[in-house]
Design a protein. Structure first.
Lengths: 260, 260
């Protein structure tokens, strides 16, 4: 029944420790966000990285240093309202934790970036296949051979997510996701995975492999995991992210993000 | 014949001092940009202001501190390639100068923001009236009663530009400018200027008044002057902007900015 919870009700469940699992399909119709928290002295560089790479890193909200309540989720506390966080120290993964009250401090700057969950709902509503949802899996994600535009300290390869579709479905999906420019927008590539440096679609770098039918082609969208790779590309003293699939749920309606 | 110059040829004319006038209509088909240069210690706040107010302040490019060559204009020098600059010291207008070589230093961060010249070409191409161009005037601009979302140090009222059209032309103009989301996008308001706190359309705060015909309504777009008001809303030691109408001409084609 968590699909029916409002975003604030769901965040309350998360804050109280009752929900520590992925947020896929919860509070349906509301925008979920990737979380990246970095030290203040690199915040300009990281913001610039996002601005220069809007398809993988579309900015939904950025909080001034030390602030914990996003404008797009009044009453929320960014330190407690994500079901599972990841802590990186010196650029290395350290641990997963259920809140970051003991890590967050006045010198930390929070970024909330768009996530593909919003456009997946729109694809489903249009009758298009979303294989990872059909098969109850995490979406297939791949590190590509394309570099993002670097900014200051930060660089990263483009990471993409993949959903298989028939060619005519891929065209319709391109139309639909174009409207969602703040949750990765139109695909970045389709067909020929080898042009992205992907050798085996059955071996994703993150997430799970999904079935690709004979009459389907792979359709690739820019993926928010790119932001995690960028934020951890340097040995910063502390970086905090959400754990994969454990997103921050905002009060924004999916439709509020569309350009058209 | 300056309409036919390439952006780099035009910048060369400007750099050599041969062209010190407004850039309206020059290097037609290429994106022109608002320029704002601020000290490094407030650059994060100013970038955040732009991110939070994308309609008046759509980001085309941001340069790391001390850099003078934008990615969107290879070979350009941001200190010399604008026909006329304005210098603000302590938040107050100081002077207009033809280059800023003696002002710019390693601690200054350059912002290039979208400008309505791009969508005006698209409106003309669609057969819609652009009264300020028809009458050879600068577009009418008004400071509204709407506040932008503040960010760190910076705040500003929303400034709008106005073009009068028949209602059915206004609808078509909304469709066309929606595609140009990096040059202010769709209108923010139409009709009823009093709702924006505008008392007399014949007395713009910036630019010139234009003729409004009996069967026309005013159509309002977010305006890049907002960024100048924000950057000078605090008594910073140094802020550099372009002089009104004297824009930075990029190598980007207008069509390259469209979402669709």
């Amino acid at each position: 029944m968590k699909e029916q919870l409002s975003p604030s009700e769901l965040r309350e469940e998360i804050r109280s420790g009752k929900w520590t699992s992925p947020t896929t399909g919860l509070a349906r119709g509301y925008v979920q966000a990737n979380l990246v928290i970095v030290p203040r002295d690199v915040a300009f560089d990281f913001l610039l990285f996002c601005v220069r790479n809007p398809k993988p890193c579309p900015i939904l909200d950025v909080l001034e240093a030390g602030k914990v309540e996003p404008r797009i989720a009044p009453g929320a506390d960014i330190r407690r309202d994500v079901p599972m966080y990841r802590i990186f120290e010196g650029g290395e993964f350290n641990s997963e934790v259920e809140d970051v009250v003991d890590y967050f401090h006045d010198g930390m700057v929070t970024f909330l970036l768009g996530c593909s969950f919003s456009f997946e709902n729109a694809l489903l509503a249009a009758g298009l296949p979303v294989r990872n949802i059909e098969e109850g899996k995490n979406v297939s994600m791949y590190v590509t051979n394309r570099d993002c535009v670097p900014a200051g300290l930060f660089s990263a390869p483009l990471v993409v997510s993949m959903r298989p579709m028939k060619p005519e479905e891929a065209i319709r999906a391109a139309q639909i996701t174009t409207r969602f420019h703040l949750t990765h927008g139109a695909p970045v590539h389709l067909g020929s995975p080898e042009e992205l440096g992907i050798e085996d679609l059955g071996m994703p770098d993150f997430g799970d492999p999904v079935t690709i039918k004979e009459d389907e082609i792979p359709v690739f969208w820019a993926c928010g995991v790119t932001s995690t790779l960028a934020a951890t590309s340097r040995p910063l003293p502390l970086v905090i992210t959400h754990a994969p699939g454990h997103m921050f749920v905002t009060d924004l309606k999916d439709e509020a993000l569309t350009l058209l």
